[in-house]
Design a protein around this ligand. Structure first.
Ligand code: ZN
Length: 330
């Protein structure tokens, strides 16, 4: 299953809003016979890639040796862009002598939700569930959030000075360093959309693209209640799609609307007003806070604070003197 998770991650920047999935077929005294993962949105699922690969190596495997298929997410049971994987596994059951399927986490998609496992069991295949389940769910936390909570996974991110300011009211202030800037681009690649408020779009005039990491540009989301950001600003460049919310900027409404568009994650990059508003709703999943301990601004826009903290500290990293804290909100 740990190998399945490694394989699943290879699809990280290419499969959203689908889940990342890895599959491994083991036979002949625990020898890995074939591997596969979901590589591209709309492309074959991990199980298909794994079982197709097994066919070409069939002669190498001792005939009749019982095989176990490990897969990090429950095999699908519905017709999506591809036929159901549960049906494929059942059709290959005798040919590849698949006796057992080991599943990491259940598929929360209501079209599957246990249906894949039931199909396999009904066909006489032993199914084991819950192996490295926590790790499997963490890997696909965005996909799971979309289906279980009907909203995208929300990550709040900002950088602040040692004395607690995130910038100056009228000019751009550099708090990050080149390496932490690259980390931000990695986060843009991991999330389907990126959000800013009016002042950030006007003062920083950011493009909000992913140019320093693999994968796609996120969909840009601008909250601009009074439509103050001119159309010739960088956020409207043709490099990526931009969605503007102006009539209704209520947080729950925006999240429901993004979920309806099948957007499974949103990275909120500021500014302070937007971040504070979201923190006050309590509807967010992670906070990524970067502190530059060598920079004192002695005034400016205060960094967001939360009365009861941002959540539990998940990770702390130091990158070229700046400290990156990741909090998970529960
Ligand atoms: Zn499938």
């Amino acid at each position: 299953m740990a190998r399945c998770l490694e394989l699943a991650r290879l699809g990280e920047y290419y499969v959203a809003p689908n889940p990342m999935v890895g599959a491994v077929l083991v036979a002949d005294e625990d020898r890995i016979w074939s591997e596969g993962w979901h590589r591209q949105y709309g492309g074959p699922h991990a199980e298909v890639n794994c079982l197709m690969g097994a066919e070409s190596r069939r002669a190498e495997v001792v005939s009749g040796s019982p095989a176990t298929l490990f897969v990090s997410l429950e095999p699908c049971s519905h017709f999506g862009k591809t036929p159901p994987c549960a049906d494929l596994i059942i059709s290959k059951k005798d040919e590849l002598n698949i006796r057992r399927v080991v599943v990491g986490s259940l598929d929360p998609n209501p079209k599957v939700a246990g249906g894949g496992i039931k199909k396999l069991r009904d066909a006489g295949i032993e199914v084991v569930t819950g192996v490295l389940e926590k790790e499997c769910r963490h890997l696909n936390r965005r996909f799971i959030c979309l289906h279980e909570k009907h909203r995208p996974y929300v990550i709040l991110k900002w950088a602040q000075s040692a004395d607690g300011y995130i910038g100056s009211p009228d000019q751009r202030v550099v708090i990050s360093n080149p390496l932490t800037k690259q980390v931000v681009h990695k986060m843009r690649a991991e999330n389907m959309s990126i959000m800013v408020g009016t002042n950030t779009a006007l003062i920083d005039n950011p493009k909000l693209l992913n140019t320093h990491w693999a994968g796609r540009n996120p969909i840009r989301i601008l909250l601009d209640r009074h439509r103050r950001v001119p159309l010739n600003y960088n956020i409207f460049s043709h490099d990526a799609e931009t969605i503007v919310y102006s009539d209704n900027t209520e947080w729950q409404y925006i999240l429901s609307d993004l979920a309806r568009r099948n957007i499974h994650s949103v990275l909120v990059e500021g500014g302070a007003t937007l971040l504070k508003n979201i923190l006050s709703t309590g509807i967010y999943d992670e906070v990524h806070l970067e502190i530059n301990p060598g920079l004192n601004l002695r005034g400016g826009i205060p960094a967001p604070v939360a009365e009861c903290g941002f959540g539990s500290l998940f990770e702390e990293q130091t990158i070229e003197n700046n400290i990156l804290y990741t909090y998970v909100h529960v």
